[in-house]
Ligand binder design. Structure first.
Ligand code: SF4
Ligand code: SF4
Length: 419
């Protein structure tokens, strides 16, 4: 897919960019270069993890999301708050308060994404029992991780859990129910995810695993939070009740999804670097004895998403407190009257081949040998002065004709070492 066509989940304000290379060093996919003192994002390699937004102290990088005003374009508006959203508020004793508050700021209906999480846990247990997916089965709920696997770990695509993300499950159910309840046409009903991270923006808008996007907009948790906060104080008698148990809300934090499969042999890792280490071990068949692997790109899981406002560790503790008063689970595949297939991917997401040196094998071989030859001239310091994250990435850029080797300011170091 071309740079222009690919959906952007983070944007760059060139005027604010100081060229400090912090984002380039942090990007897990090598999607950033800094040339002529300014960063540039190569969107075909971007997985929307938000790391560059997190580390840019100059606020040059921003996560993309929809304006709250888009809800006005629809006759009937449904909010889908992420489980992590409930961990953003202080002294929240009643989850129903958030549901009541969302209705006061413009939504006609609220359906917690944690309902989809409980349904997904039920579906996952059944898929594991079917045994149709290669073990260890890898969770696909974190879209940044799913995209990372589709980009860099093609050998693991057979292990991917072929289920819709909880938000897609809830969006599908919410629209169906609203059509029955209101008699409106599908296009008059707006379904909006209140998201903790930009990776979800890409997944939901591009439709990873679905034939066409199931949500109409993705709103930032932080923006909705600040609209909601003043309203919460005005709610005197709250009659709303959350429709989820602790299994669903636990998905807000790393390990919550894995706990829901009710098996012992699982791994739950969080933070993009830890996840990449686990993916490497999976590729090397070192974790074949596991049943299930849950990976979350953000530290702490979805509570660590860059669109949240609360510190992830504090949010995690708040979720833990809230969960004390909840039953184990309130939703199952039977309770919503669906078959397992309803929860499965409608289409298999395609691998992203942008890291391939060339489609033609012989050309790729030639490029590989040119890269090796260039690497011998480079110092191997990965200093970043050339505007690429590593000497290897710089050598690839040279072979692609994007830059000239003269950009390397430390080349002499290697030449001297080789004498
Ligand atoms: S972190 Fe990246 S975007 Fe931010 S100022 Fe530094 S180079 Fe520019
Ligand atoms: S969002 Fe993540 S993958 Fe995309 S450019 Fe930023 S750090 Fe790289």
């Amino acid at each position: 897919m071309s740079q222009e066509k690919r959906l952007h989940t983070v944007t760059l304000d060139q005027d604010k960019c100081k060229g400090c290379v912090a984002c380039m060093r942090r990007c897990p996919t090598g999607a950033i270069r800094v040339r002529d003192g300014k960063a540039k994002i190569y969107y075909d390699k971007c997985i929307g993890c938000g790391e560059c937004v997190r580390v840019c102290h100059h606020h040059a990088k921003k996560a993309v999301y929809d304006s709250f005003d888009i809800i006005k374009n629809y006759k009937y508006k449904i909010a889908l708050p992420a489980p992590s959203f409930f961990g953003q508020f202080n002294n929240l004793e009643n989850l129903g308060l958030i549901i009541a508050g969302l209705k006061r700021i413009g939504f006609d209906e609220v359906m917690e994404v944690s309902i989809g999480a409980e349904l997904s846990s039920d579906a996952t247990r059944r898929v594991l029992k079917e045994g149709t997916i290669k073990k260890p089965v890898i969770s696909t709920a974190c879209p940044a991780i799913l995209q990372l696997i589709l980009l860099k770990y093609h050998s693991l695509t057979e292990n991917l859990l072929n289920l819709l993300a909880p938000v897609d499950i809830v969006a599908k159910l919410a629209r169906e129910n609203a059509i029955k309840k209101t008699g409106l046409k599908a296009e008059d009903i707006g379904v909006f995810f209140i998201s903790p991270c930009p990776a979800k923006v890409f997944a939901l808008k591009s439709g990873l695993g679905v034939e066409k996007p199931l949500v109409d907009g993705v709103l930032a948790a932080s923006e909705v939070y600040f609209k909601l906060l003043p309203e919460l104080k005005n709610i005197k008698d709250c009659t709303e009740v959350a429709s989820t148990g602790l299994l669903g809300f636990a998905w807000a934090c790393s390990g919550g999804e894995a706990a829901g499969i009710m098996k012992d042999k699982y791994i739950a890792a969080d933070g993009i670097e830890n996840c990449m280490n686990v993916l490497k071990e999976l590729e090397d068949n070192k974790l074949d004895h596991m049943d299930f692997v849950e990976l979350n790109a953000c530290i702490g899981g979805c509570v660590g998403g860059v669109l949240n406002i609360e510190n992830p560790f504090v949010a995690r503790s708040k979720i833990r407190e809230l969960n004390k008063s909840l039953p184990l689970s309130k939703n199952s595949i039977e309770s919503v009257g669906k078959e397992l297939d309803y929860f499965k991917w409608e289409t298999n997401p395609e691998t992203n081949d942008v890291l391939r040196l060339d489609e033609d094998f012989m050309v790729a071989l030639k490029k590989m040998s040119d890269i090796d030859a260039i690497m011998k001239q480079l110092p191997g310091l990965d200093c970043g002065n050339c505007g690429a994250p590593t000497c290897r990435a710089f050598a690839e850029d040279i072979v692609d004709g994007a830059v000239d080797i003269s950009l390397c300011t430390r080349k002499e170091t290697n030449e001297n070492n080789n004498k």
